[in-house]
Ligand binder design. Structure first.
Ligand code: S3P
Length: 442
């Protein structure tokens, strides 16, 4: 349990956040499937990404940690064995809390010559896997939910020849898209995944840097396709992981929560498919500037954020929905907290996916914001937040959801009295040093 009080002074500083979680997972996975070594710097050493490392070690991949003698930078080296180099394991691959590990690895395992079993913790065993079982089965894979409930544990019979597919996903999901693309690397024809809006495209960007023939096409209505032509070998490369915008989001929000604050967050990944939080907060009046922008490979920048009062414009109503949702899906708990302090009603819609994240984030955000005195209503696909009522301290139930713990730690900085984050250890899933980094600004 961690107890936090209302911030007593503005937050000022020049900070870094740890590496991007989505990019870190992929760097291990693609490195393992590449020929030769892949050197990764900026890797996120959190529970989720360590799960990915452990799973690949079980599949026979050597992965070393070292400190570069020239500059002291921690480096992870993956000794890839090529697309056909993984070895069978008798034990079940255990992904802990990581949806990305579970879904992306299933695409790889579906194409192997050996059988495998994969599962994770209680939260993973409740999350929907039919969304990957259906397309993988269409490709010729033999993958099933062991309990028959559409969730993990999953059993995969190997030795199946996979075929490329053209698959139309109803929701924009990078985990589903990436799972299909990874299976597609082994298929006998082109694989195309269509989605209603472009979900985070780290798989496409990174696979191309490994030598794969893959690209995105965006239609005039914003719907998107990822197109993979298999057959190119993957070659080991060097990857420098930028800071995670999802982790930076807590400090952006903290600066907007505490009057007089000004924070510079350095070297953050600002891929457009991830930056919805910046777009939306600017529309609500936030003073956020990107400095030192570079778009070689994954775009990155320093983010300068200055305290600003958030509002909903002349009619005091702000709507967040549609194609913005996939670009800020993991930041919606944080945005909901900020909306509670804004001088407007905020409607979050088209976000039913929140129900199937690490917790049901519609229910858990509403429960905790209500406990802090916010006037908020859950809807089928989001929530309606009547902002502007002062927040007060409360006991926050995280439901072991890291994003809840961090969002409500930031809420505490703007709330009267003491806020206690119960079950705070879940921050280790994506940001082990979060409380230390936050305390350093208080
Ligand atoms: C992720 C994709 C998103 C996101 C998750 C990480 C990824 O999930 O919520 O935290 O690394 O591909 P969905 O694909 O289910 O939207």
């Amino acid at each position: 349990m961690i107890a936090l009080e209302k911030a007593s002074h503005p937050l000022k500083g020049d900070i870094f956040v740890p590496g991007d979680k989505s990019i870190s997972h992929r760097s291990i996975m693609f490195g393992a499937l590449a020929e030769g070594t892949t050197e990764i710097t900026g890797f996120l050493e959190s529970a989720d990404c360590i799960s990915t490392i452990e799973c690949f070690k079980k599949l026979g991949i050597l992965i070393d940690h070292s400190i570069r003698p020239t500059n002291g930078v921690p480096t992870i080296t993956v000794h890839g064995k090529g697309l056909n180099g993984l070895k069978a394991t008798d034990s079940t691959l255990y992904t802990r809390n990581s949806g990305t590990t579970t879904r992306l690895m299933s695409g790889i395992l579906a194409a192997q010559p050996f059988d495998s079993n994969i599962t994770g913790d209680m939260s993973i065993e409740k999350r929907p896997m039919t969304r990957i079982i259906t397309p993988l089965t269409k490709m010729g894979a033999d993958i099933s939910s062991v309990m028959g409930n559409g969730c993990a544990p999953l059993h995969i019979n190997g030795g199946r020849k996979l075929h490329g597919i053209s698959y139309r996903n109803q929701v924009a999901s990078a985990q589903v898209k990436s799972c299909i693309i990874l299976a597609g690397l082994y298929a006998d024809g082109e694989t195309v995944v269509y989605e209603p809006a472009l979900s985070r495209n780290h798989t496409e960007i990174m696979l191309s840097s490994f030598g794969a023939d893959i690209h995105n096409e965006i239609a005039a209505d914003g719907s998107a396709a990822a197109i993979l032509k298999p057959g190119m070998p993957l070659r080991g490369t060097k990857i420098n992981v930028p800071g995670d915008i999802s982790s930076a989001a807590y400090f952006i929000a903290a600066a907007l929560m505490v009057p007089g604050s000004e924070l510079l967050i350095r070297n953050v990944g600002v891929n457009k498919t991830r930056c919805g939080i910046i777009t939306v907060l600017k529309q609500m009046g936030a003073d956020i500037t990107l400095l030192n922008y570079s778009d070689v490979g994954e775009a990155r920048a320093d983010i300068l954020v200055k305290y600003s009062e958030l509002h909903g414009g002349r009619d005091k109503k702000f709507e967040i929905g549609g194609k913005d949702i996939p670009t800020m899906i993991d930041e919606l708990p944080m945005v909901a907290v900020l909306a509670a302090t804004a001088d407007c009603d905020t409607i979050i819609k088209d976000a039913a996916e929140l129900k199937v994240k690490e917790s049901d984030r519609i229910a858990t955000v509403v429960e905790n914001l209500e406990a802090m005195g916010c006037d908020i209503t859950a809807t089928d696909d989001g929530m309606i937040i009547h902002g502007g009522k002062p927040l007060h301290g409360a006991d926050i139930k995280t439901h072991q959801d890291h994003r809840l713990a961090m969002s409500f730690a930031v809420a505490a900085l703007g709330a009267e009295g003491t806020t206690r984050i119960l079950d705070d250890s879940c921050v280790g899933i994506s940001y082990p040093s979060f409380f230390k980094d936050l305390q350093s600004l208080l």
